[in-house]
Design a protein. Structure first.
Length: 245
């Protein structure tokens, strides 16, 4: 059991196998991503693994989250390799704001382990930018408008990450599924991480690497939001804030 309270801002611990527990708050039931749900986006969809990762949505429903229609989630990704590919989320895009060419952004904070975020910008049917961002505990990564994204767990530890996002849209998974994943697969070669172009895209720009683009915090993102919810208005109105990666 690993106590996550100091980094998470909530009295929650990580149990073996990827589940979360708490003696202080009632946790929502985990939405478990299974092989049948994620096989379309895998590099080589052959594995005996059946439970890939765990999503806990609306973990804490405080007054500020309700007022601004935001959602606080926790995702747990135990370490596994799917053949040579590192375990990952299925990946998705976000919905557009009404009467806007911008999609809703999202903010992540790594709580435990290491995350490798792959973000890709789409213009029409073409991918115009692909960015890889490695994040350690405490790091914050903001997914800018118009970027789809996946999260890879490239380490031997269980990855736990928290996120805050506008709650009134549904993530769009079909775009990634149609292309069998993101523009790049993350695999292990000679004990090192390698990036393999996904041939289903026809063309993908050269991947570039970036540092986490979120501001550094001394407190967990949940605690920071609770004290300063106005700092997170960009999740609702990104047109008033320039977000880059």
């Amino acid at each position: 059991m690993i106590n996550l309270e100091r980094r998470l801002g909530l009295a929650i611990f990580l149990e073996k196998g990827g589940s979360l527990g708490s003696k202080a708050i009632k946790l929502p039931k985990a939405d478990i991503r299974t092989f049948s749900q994620i096989k379309k986006v895998l590099f080589r969809p052959k594995t005996k693994l059946r439970k890939f990762y765990y999503m806990y949505r609306n973990v804490a429903q405080n007054a500020a989250l309700k007022k601004y229609k935001l959602r606080f989630d926790i995702t747990v990704i135990p370490h596994h390799e799917i053949g040579k590919e590192e375990i990952k989320t299925s990946g998705h895009y976000h919905a557009h704001l009404r009467k806007s060419d911008l999609t809703y952004p999202e903010v992540y904070q790594v709580i435990h382990g290491t995350a490798l975020y792959i973000l890709q910008k789409k213009s029409g049917s073409k991918i115009t930018d692909v960015v890889a961002v490695e994040a350690k505990p405490g790091n914050i990564v903001i997914v800018p408008p118009n970027y789809g994204h996946i999260t890879v767990n490239p380490s031997k530890q269980t990855l736990v990450m928290a996120n805050i996002v506008y709650s009134k849209f549904k993530s769009q998974y079909k775009g990634m599924e149609k292309k069998h994943g993101a523009a790049y697969y993350v695999v292990e070669r000679n004990n090192k991480i390698a990036f393999v172009v996904n041939p289903h895209y026809g063309y993908a720009p050269k991947i570039r690497f970036s540092e986490p683009n979120g501001r550094k915090l001394r407190s967990p993102i949940y605690s920071d939001f609770t004290k300063n919810p106005e700092k997170y208005f960009f999740l609702i109105k990104p047109q008033k804030n320039k977000i880059t990666i």
